[in-house]
Design a protein around this ligand. Sequence first.
Ligand code: GDP
Length: 444
Amino acid sequence: MAFENLTERLSKAMKNLTGRGRISDEDLQETLREIRLALLEADVNYATVKKFVANVREKAKGADIMNGLNAAQQIVKIVNDELTETMGEEAVPLNKSDKIPTVIMMAGLQGAGKTTTVAKLAYKLKQEANARPLLIAADVYRPAAIEQLEILGRDLDMPVFSMGTDVDPREIVKKGLAQAKENKNDYVFIDTAGRLQIDADMMQELKDIEKIAQPDEILLTVDAMTGQNATATAEGFADALDITGVVLTKLDGDTRGGAALSIRDVTGKPIKFVGQGEKPTDLDVFYPDRMASRILGMGDMLTLIEKAQKEVDEEQQAKQLQKMRENTFDFNDFVDQLKQVQKMGPLEDLMKMIPGMANNPALANVNIDEKQFKHMEAIVSSMTPAEREDPELINPSRRRRLAAGAGRPIVEVNRMIKQFDQMRKMMNQATKGNFGGMEQMMGG
Ligand code: GDP
């Protein structure tokens, strides 16, 4: 996972402070030194690190014990705020033109992920905003770039404009834009050519395309895995082009996090999206605050909540809540609940988003067996409708029948029925307004 090492180092740096009411100057010095090393090791730009540590020092000095936070909690909060600020505070949305089409031009080195990102972003707009994008294939240098875009366009059902590799990219852009106007596409993506390094020819070509296309957005694509080089590359592009946003790709493979933390600070350009995999759906809006809490291992609660909201059928939830209140929650509802949880994604990933869990050593050894879900479903499907609605009916001989029917050991059937019973009791209490247990869990 991204930022693994940084998370570990930072939480170690701050753990030393736990349990202290006040922080002595020496404690603070030591913690700041650890934070500095953690950031440098994560390949964060040197000047950014210097500024970061100075700001944290300033805020920590000025902070008195407040809001009931203890010293360690305050430092965590200060570091969290500073991380957020370094990455740009707020998510910055994609620019949009008042006229159609909105033109989005890509820039970046070869292999950074431009072509992949064009497909991901166009697909995102199509799914979320019903957009009708046209993709222009203007990368005439990288072997197979055009074909790659054409295949992606076909798979995702989006038109691609191409003229092969023998035509000048400027010409391709002109013709592509004309076609977009004619077909009333609302978005145009221009996939441009990169080189292995920044060079004059590439920059000239990009500048020419910028002039021709007058893009509303120039998205610079950089590969997070290249760390400091990503930052230096971004600086080079930002000097020559009017970059409006950055897409940080391959964050799924970046265990350090240096680029995510430096780019905004060094170039002044906001990271707008992050690529977290090779599939068309692996592109996310970049939220500095969420990223900060993820780096600190506080988990990404907001993402979890959003995911839950997206996947969970609200009407069904309301119905189930009603049933819990009336104490008529049965095995049919139990299976529905299991299915909803499964839809949210691999359980291990979800657990990591819970504050305190990402770095919890306990989780390292936990292997949540998705098969268990399937087994539970199998047991429930061996029940008669009457048994599903009235779990009290399920006596020992019926349990043996269920075990045989599902091909599972009887202990498993017993365990599941017991869990179900406990869950029902807990739900019943919770819906009566007795949240005592829950508050304790949340540390309230
Ligand atoms: P381009 O030369 O800039 O157009 O780069 P491509 O779009 O062809 O990407 C280069 C390689 O990086 C391809 O193999 C992509 O599948 C891969 N890639 C792009 N974005 C991501 C990402 O966010 N995560 C991972 N793991 N791979 C990516």
